[in-house]
Write a new protein. Structure first.
Length: 307
């Protein structure tokens, strides 16, 4: 079992700690665009070590997954949960660190769930073996000297904070880390958007359109109606198709074919482009586990779509 201590920008930390309500998920981004983060397994704690002179640990989150994303998509998914008040500020911070004028740079996005931001009087020191030349972070195991205090603090806080316990302690120790955590974790709206975008390889499920700024992750069964933030309850759609899908002018059948309502023609005397999609096959994710679930498709057909 491992945990990770990552060097953390204090402005990023303070912005997130000051959000109301507290975020359910956050993006610990890195400007270099790393394609992976393998220091710990999903479900393991990721601790926030503030820069000097605040040589302390001020909170943590639980590692969910790592993505490489353009900053525009990271903002659309997580907005202020990126630790910045707006996209312009986030982009400026990234360009400054990359020393580049790229319009939409790709960044490494380490997604953390159930973050904990300790009040200043509860910050605690890093282990004595923390080296001053560490530039990004360090992995600790239970065998490392000084790691015991880190484990004890996190475990004690888990028992106190019911919002964290609801998500994490329902599983056994063996289930809390790795693939089991990915299956059990309560995803937020931002991570849902990214997972759906990644599952469909940045392509509209109905048209194959790859222009990322016009693509949106759509819930099949809406979240307000009990639909989960799960990939098999999502479709990546061009923005206009997303609107029509949510409004009941389009649907997807249980055998993954597009169906377009005659209401478009009846109500707007238009829709030639959309009727060209009628009967077409959906472009499905490569992983069958990420295909739209029939229960959600049937719900949309029965509750939303108007034939």
């Amino acid at each position: 079992m491992k945990l990770y201590v990552g060097l953390t920008d204090q402005n990023w930390f303070e912005h997130l700690a000051g959000m109301n309500p507290q975020p359910d998920e956050i993006n610990f981004w890195r400007p270099g665009g790393a394609t992976s983060f393998k220091a710990i397994n999903p479900g393991a704690p990721f601790l926030f070590k503030l820069h000097s002179p605040n040589n302390v640990i001020a909170g943590w989150g639980y590692f969910f997954q790592h993505f490489k994303l353009p900053v525009s998509l990271a903002w659309r998914a997580y907005e202020q949960k990126n630790g910045a008040p707006n996209l312009q500020t986030l982009a400026t911070l990234i360009r400054r660190r990359r020393k580049s004028e790229e319009r939409d740079p790709w960044i490494g996005c380490t997604i953390l769930t159930s973050p904990v931001f300790l009040p200043r009087d509860e910050w605690f020191p890093v282990p004595g073996d923390w080296a001053s030349n560490i530039v990004s972070g360090r992995t600790y195991t239970e065998e490392d000297p000084g790691a015991g205090a880190l484990w004890d603090t996190v475990r004690l806080r888990e028992k106190i904070a019911m919002s964290t316990a609801d998500q994490l302690t329902v599983a056994s120790e063996g289930q809390r880390y790795g693939n089991e955590f990915l299956a059990r974790a309560r995803l937020g709206q931002g991570t849902f958007r990214i997972l759906v975008t990644e599952a469909y390889k940045h392509r509209c499920a109905m048209t194959g359109e790859k222009t990322l700024p016009v693509l949106e992750a759509a819930h099949i069964r809406s979240y307000s109606e009990g639909g989960p933030h799960k990939t098999n309850n999502g479709l990546l759609l061009r923005r206009d198709l997303h609107t029509l899908f949510d409004s009941g002018y389009m649907t997807v059948t249980s055998d993954y074919h597009v169906e377009v309502s005659p209401r478009i023609r009846e109500e707007y005397d238009n829709g030639k482009e959309y009727y060209a999609l009628h009967g077409g096959s959906l472009i499905l994710p490569a992983n069958p586990a990420e295909h739209p679930a029939r229960e959600f498709l049937e719900w949309h057909n029965e509750k939303v779509f108007s034939a």
